[in-house]
Write a protein that binds this ligand. Sequence first.
Ligand code: SF4
Ligand code: SF4
Length: 362
Amino acid sequence: MIYKRHGRTGKDLSIIGFGGMRFKNMDDQDACVEMMVKAAELGINYFDTAPLYFGIKSEVVYGKAFNEFKKRNIPFYSSTKTFESKKEKIRREIEKQLERLNLDSIDFYHVWNVTDLDKWYERKKNGVLEIFIRLKEEGLIKHICVSSHLIGDHIRELLEENIFEAVLFGYSAYNFTVRQEAFDAIKKYDIGCVVMNPLGGGIIPQHPEVFDFIKTRKDQSVVEAALHFIFAHEKITTALVGFSTMEEIHEAVRAVESYQNITAEKLQTIKDSAAASFEGLCTGCQYCDNCPVEIPIPKYMEAYNFKVLYKKDSQLLDRLKWHWDIPTDWAARCTECGQCEDICPQHLPIIARLEEIAKMKR
Ligand code: SF4
Ligand code: SF4
C-alpha cells in the first residue's frame, strides 16, 4: 500500500479508501465486516461512511468492523458526516454516530454535501462551524472537514473559510475539469483532499473501449488506469472506492501495487484528451430524482450519456427502450422549473437535453 500525507491534518492515509455506500448485501453484516477487515489487512486505513448510507446500516457495520480492528490492533481512520445544520441536532447526531461506530472520537467529520453556496451560508448562519469547532475542542472529532458537489471555483470559495482541514469531492478522469480551481485553495491552505467516484460512478469500467486513452501502459486495465490517473495527482491523498465485493477490493489493491509514476507530460496528454471528449456525463448520483412532474431524470440523463459517448441518437434511444423501458415523450412534461439543474453536481443542461430527447423518434 502507498500512504500519503493528508495535508495539514498530518495523518498518513492509504491512497485507496473504503467507501461504505455500495455494499452488495447490507443485511449480511458479517460479510460486510469481513470485507472491511480484509481491506484493512491489505493496508487500507481510511474508512468513510455517512448516516444515510443504507439508512444507518452502513455506520452500524462500520462500528462492528472498527471493533474488530481494535481487537486485532489494526490501525485505521474513521470518517463520517452530518447533513444537520442546527447546533443541537448536530450534537444529538454525533452522539448517536459515536455509539453506532463504537468510537470515542471521529477522525474526519464532514459538513456533508454542500451543493449550493447560498444554502452553505445558511448552514453557516445556523452555527454549523461553531458547533464543529466546539466538538473538536471537546475531542469528539479530530478534524473538521467538508464534502461537496460544487464546481471548482465554488469549492475554492468554500475553502477560503480556512477552517476546513480536509475536503471530499467527486473527481475522475472525465470530470476533473469542473473541479480544477478547488486545488488553488487546497494548495494555499494545505488542505487534505479525498476524492469520491474515481471511476465516474461506474461509467469508466462500463466503457473500457471509450476510455482506452487514459491507459499509460498496454497491460493496464481501464480501472487501474483510472485509479492511476488519480494517484498521480500530487494534491489528492486518497481515492474513495465504494466496494461491493471482495474481488473489487483485491482489484483496487492490485492497482496500487502496479502503479508507476506518471510523468507530468503524460498526465497532461490524458487531461487534454479527457477534457475534449467527456465533459457533461451524468454520474448517476440521483440528486435530481425529485422532479415535481415526476420525470425520471436520472434515467434520461444516464441514457443521454450514450449519446455523449457514442455520438449517436440511436444509442440513446436503444438505452431508453431496452434498458429503462421509458418512452421519449415523457421528457416533454418538463416545465423548466430549473430545480434539477440547480442541484446537479455535474451542472448538466438537463432541460435542453430533455427537450432534445422529447423530439426524438425511433
Ligand atoms: S426542470 Fe423540468 S425536469 Fe427539471 S425538475 Fe423542473 S420540471 Fe422536472
Ligand atoms: S443528471 Fe446530474 S443530478 Fe441527475 S443523476 Fe445525473 S449527475 Fe446526478
